[in-house]
Design a protein around this ligand. Structure first.
Ligand code: SME
Length: 164
């Protein structure tokens, strides 16, 4: 399927998310291969917001840890233990982790020393966390309730089209 992302350049962050989400929905509902769609989601988020690092970690049932999935950005840790770091905390609690300053987060895993703030959100399958979306910024305090609100909507789309 050919896809042309269309986002207004000077729009506010909320407006960009409002333009983005229906386009992302169209993109992922036309392809049910999980890895293909997760890869395109990271590309679209990077293209729209220029995030420093954006990617997924998925539950590895056999290894009992999180394994790196599709991402955009610098080389990252391939595996994260449940409960470790921001991603592991998101996995273990099932709660969004909005971290304004990663240096103040106990156990933060610095895959890239330039990371300063981070948001991690869970997506569920059969009531259990199946994967997390991790977004890092090289600026402090770069994520807020607006990001959380719209990215939570994205996680619900992932659950509906890719995890159900
Ligand atoms: N900082 C994350 C690790 C993943 S990288 O940032 C890509 C954490 O503490 O879980």
């Amino acid at each position: 399927m050919s896809f042309q992302l269309n986002i207004s350049e000077n729009a506010t962050k909320a407006d960009k998310y409002n333009e983005l989400l229906p386009q992302l929905e169209a993109l992922i509902q036309s392809e049910n291969n999980l890895m293909a769609s997760l890869g395109n989601i990271t590309a679209v988020l990077k293209q729209t917001f220029g995030f420093f690092w954006v990617g997924f970690y998925l539950k590895d049932e056999a290894a009992q840890n999180l394994v790196l999935g599709p991402f955009q950005g610098s080389v990252a840790c391939t595996r994260i233990n449940f409960g470790r770091g921001v991603c592991g905390a998101c996995y273990s609690t099932g709660q969004v982790q909005l971290v304004p300053n990663v240096h103040l987060f106990e156990g933060h895993i610095a895959c890239d020393a330039r990371s300063q703030s981070e948001i991690v959100l869970p997506a569920f399958q059969n009531g259990q966390v199946h994967l997390v979306l991790d977004i890092d910024s090289d600026k402090l305090n770069d994520f807020d309730d607006t990001d959380q609100h719209y990215l939570e909507t994205l996680m619900r789309l992932i659950e509906t089209y890719l995890l159900s």
